[in-house]
Each structure stands twice: as structure tokens, then as C-alpha cells.
Design a protein around this ligand. Structure first.
Ligand SMILES: *Cc1c(COP(=O)(O)O)cnc(C)c1O
Length: 414
């Protein structure tokens, strides 16, 4: 049994765990300890039910039908947009574009905004610790346009060197694409400071919120970012749906991303007129079921309370950091002052993958490898790390299991 209510924290972890059916399963004969939340979070029953209910009760295509099922599906599908708008405090629902996830959101901006606004000699700035999804689309754009990709360096703690960032900024800078929180190290980047500085030279800023939206309060208006992308599946929702937020003025000036159904007003062979926001960017039949179920995930997080989740995760991170540091030969990679509940580490002389396999034998799921952040790993001169990342349903007891598993693994592999 897991420890129940912790009155100090106010988060009833036992009750929360009961909402996640997968946490009842065993792996290799042991109770599952799921510490791969930064790759994808598990789904509460309400999300699974929302998927089943849609297919059982009101499966229909959205927006076009006048029959009852189509109306019900459309209503539910559009309600997610309102909830997502509130979740990140966007000005209007028209600024909330459905995508397949963060990667598609960033590619949408690189394609639609980038091809219209970037020219030879322009500069785009990213950081050393970006996810590949926030590097490669910009690299492709730069190659096509003859623009230049500049990179903000980090220090040994995994924090951006802000003085160096300021030096990179110039009238050539057109866009800064920055992760809000690093999936590889956990570093929370000072996005408000970055956005202010970028705006001062007339550049726009895209924030990759894939890793931050589940942990931090997001307010795109206060942040004043121009674009913000995130994924449902890291937020306890289904895969295959994400949100791109963009300032209305920018979205309106952008050409569409893909052509097809839904994104048009009128089509003739001479000229097609495009639909209004947000539909201009939503070509084809969307991912209806997962979009509807995403609302259930957002409602669930709101109900539990982000502040409570944050405090719980901070305690887990502190506890894990303290205990991992006591293991001899273990080195934590990423020691930023501000971190989300992601902890990466290496052990002298041992390959992360071997550690991962031995932990899996004890039912503990961690991620090993470069975490889609090869330039970041290269900076630290390591091939990869073992990464444990914590969610609202994780416990200190599970971290104890991790520590025991690691000690045993180190003994076996030494
Ligand atoms: C997971 C992740 C992405 C990519 O998200 P997808 O859901 O795979 O599109 C991008 N950036 C960061 C920081 C991530 O953690």
C-alpha cells in the first residue's frame, strides 16, 4: 500500500493513484514504478472513459453534419479549445490551433510563419539544451532560406548563459525558439527575460512548452510569447493532439500550413479563399476522439490543482536529488537552480542502458539515452543519461525503490 493523505502537502496521492488504472499492473513480477513521465504521462480513468464514450455514443465527423451525432461531436471537440484557452490564459479561442503535438506546432510555425518572414542573412536563435523538435525545423528553414542558426550556450549546471544570449541578439534576429523547461535536464529557462530581450530587437519568440505545461502555471499573455506549443500526452491526455497558441495578429498574417478540407471558405480552380482562425490551420478530419479526451485531462489537472501538484513534485525532486547524490560514482547532470521534476544522471563506468535494463527488471521505468537532445549531451561530453521524471502520482517510496535498484545495479555491473 502507498502512503495515503499527506496533510501538509494537501495532495492525496493514494486517491490520485486510484484514478490511474495502469499503476495497478506489474512489470516483471514487481509493482510498476513509472518514472518516464517526461516522455509521456499515464492517463487517468476519466481520459480513457472520454475516448470510449465518444466512440460508443457519438462518433461522427465534426463541423459539417447537421445530425445530432455530428452536433454532439462538434460541441465536445470545440469545448476542448475553450478549456485549453483558459489553461494557458490566451486572449481568444481563435488563437488556439489543434495540432498533433508540440513537434507539429513548431513545424507549423517554421513552415507558415518562417517561409513568409525569414530571408537570407536573417538569424534564428535556439539554445544548446533544446529538444530536437525545437532545433531541426529551424535548421531546415535556415537551410532553405540561407538564414543562420545561432545557439545560446549553457554553463555546467545546465543554465543558459544570459550574457551570451544578449550578445547574440541584433537587428538580424528574427525569431528566438526556446524551451520553457528542458526534458533532458529539467532546467526552467527564464523565458520572460528572453522574450523581453528578443522583443527589444524586434524578434518574435516561440516557446516550446512540451515539458513545462504539466508542471508550471502557464499564462501566455503575461509571458507575452508570440507562439507557445505543447502536447496533450505529457499532460495526462492522449497522444496525437497538441496545441499551438499564436498571437492573433501573427496567425492572421500567416499562410496556411496544409491545404484540404476544413481550412477553406470557398474553392474554385481559379482561387481558394481560406477559412477564419483557427480553422485555417486545421486541414482535414481532425483527431476528434483524442481532442475530446484531452479536455478530460485538463479538467483533471485543474481539479487536482496545479499548485498542489507542483509542490508535491518539488518534494519528490528534492528527495530524489538528495538520495541520488549519496550514491558514490553517480553524477547528476543538470543542476539548475530552477528545475521541473526531471532528474538526469550518469554513473561512472556504467552505460545508462545497462542501468535501465536492470531497473526494468525491478519494474522501474526510467528513460535512458540522449532524450532527443544530442547537442545537450555533446556539451556535457556524455552519450546519454538515465532520466527519472516525476508526476503527481509518484511517491517517495517509489524513489526509495529506485535508489535500492540503482545500488543493486551498480553492484552487479561493477
Ligand atoms: C516531448 C518534447 C517535445 C516533442 O513533443 P511531441 O509531443 O513529441 O511532439 C518537444 N520539446 C520538448 C522539450 C519535449 O519534452
Amino acid at each position: 500500500m502507498i502512503k495515503t493523505v499527506d496533510k501538509e502537502r494537501g495532495l492525496d496521492v493514494a486517491a490520485i493513484r486510484q484514478q490511474f488504472p495502469i499503476l495497478n499492473r506489474e512489470v516483471k513480477g514487481k509493482a510498476l514504478v513509472y518514472f518516464d513521465n517526461a516522455a509521456t504521462a499515464q492517463k487517468p480513468q476519466v481520459v480513457i472513459d472520454a475516448l470510449i464514450n465518444y466512440y460508443t455514443d457519438y462518433n461522427a465527423n465534426v463541423h459539417r453534419g447537421i445530425h445530432t451525432l455530428a452536433e454532439e461531436a462538434t460541441m465536445a471537440f470545440e469545448r476542448t479549445r475553450d478549456t485549453a484557452q483558459q489553461f494557458i490564459n490566451a486572449e481568444s479561442r481563435e488563437e488556439i490551433i489543434y495540432t498533433r503535438g508540440t513537434t507539429e506546432g513548431i513545424n507549423l510555425v517554421a513552415y507558415a510563419w518562417g517561409r513568409q518572414n525569414i530571408k537570407a542573412g536573417d538569424e534564428i536563435i535556439v539554445s544548446t539544451i533544446e529538444h530536437h523538435s525545437n532545433i531541426v525545423p529551424w535548421q531546415m528553414l535556415c537551410e532553405e532560406k540561407g538564414a543562420r542558426l545561432r545557439v545560446i550556450p549553457v554553463d555546467r549546471n545546465g543554465e543558459l548563459i544570459m550574457d551570451e544570449f544578449e550578445k547574440l541578439l541584433s537587428s538580424k534576429t528574427k525569431l528566438v525558439a526556446i524551451g520553457h523547461a528542458s526534458n533532458a535536464l529539467g532546467t526552467i529557462n527564464p523565458v520572460i527575460q528572453i522574450i523581453d530581450a528578443a522583443h527589444r530587437v524586434g524578434a518574435i519568440v516561440l516557446v516550446d512548452g512540451a515539458q513545462s505545461t504539466v508542471h508550471l502555471d502557464i499564462d501566455v499573455k503575461e509571458m507575452d510569447c508570440d507562439f507557445f506549443a505543447f502536447s496533450s500526452h505529457k499532460l495526462y491526455g492522449p497522444t496525437g493532439i497538441g496545441i499551438l497558441y499564436g498571437k492573433r495578429r501573427l496567425l492572421e498574417a500567416m499562410p496556411p500550413f496544409q491545404g484540404g478540407g476544413e481550412m477553406i471558405k470557398e474553392v474554385t480552380f481559379e482561387k481558394t479563399t481560406y477559412n477564419d482562425l483557427p480553422y485555417k490551420f486545421e486541414a482535414g478530419t481532425p483527431n476528434i476522439a483524442d481532442t475530446i479526451a484531452f479536455k478530460a485531462a485538463l479538467d483533471f489537472v485543474n481539479e487536482v490543482g496545479k499548485e498542489k501538484i507542483r509542490r508535491h513534485e518539488e518534494q519528490l525532486l528534492g528527495y530524489a536529488t538528495e538520495h541520488l547524490e549519496q550514491i558514490s560514482g553517480l553524477r547528476i547532470i543538470g543542476k539548475a537552480k530552477e528545475k521541473v521534476s526531471v532528474i538526469s544522471f550518469v554513473v561512472d563506468g556504467l552505460h545508462p542502458q545497462d542501468i535501465g535494463i536492470l531497473l526494468d527488471n525491478r519494474g522501474i521505468a526510467v528513460r535512458t539515452g540522449h532524450h532527443c537532445a544530442e547537442p545537450c549531451m555533446r556539451f556535457f561530453e556524455i552519450p546519454g543519461t538515465v532520466r527519472a521524471s516525476f508526476a503527481m502520482y509518484n511517491t517517495k517510496e517509489e524513489i526509495d525503490e529506485l535508489i535500492i535498484g540503482l545500488q543493486k545495479a551498480i553492484k552487479m555491473l561493477a
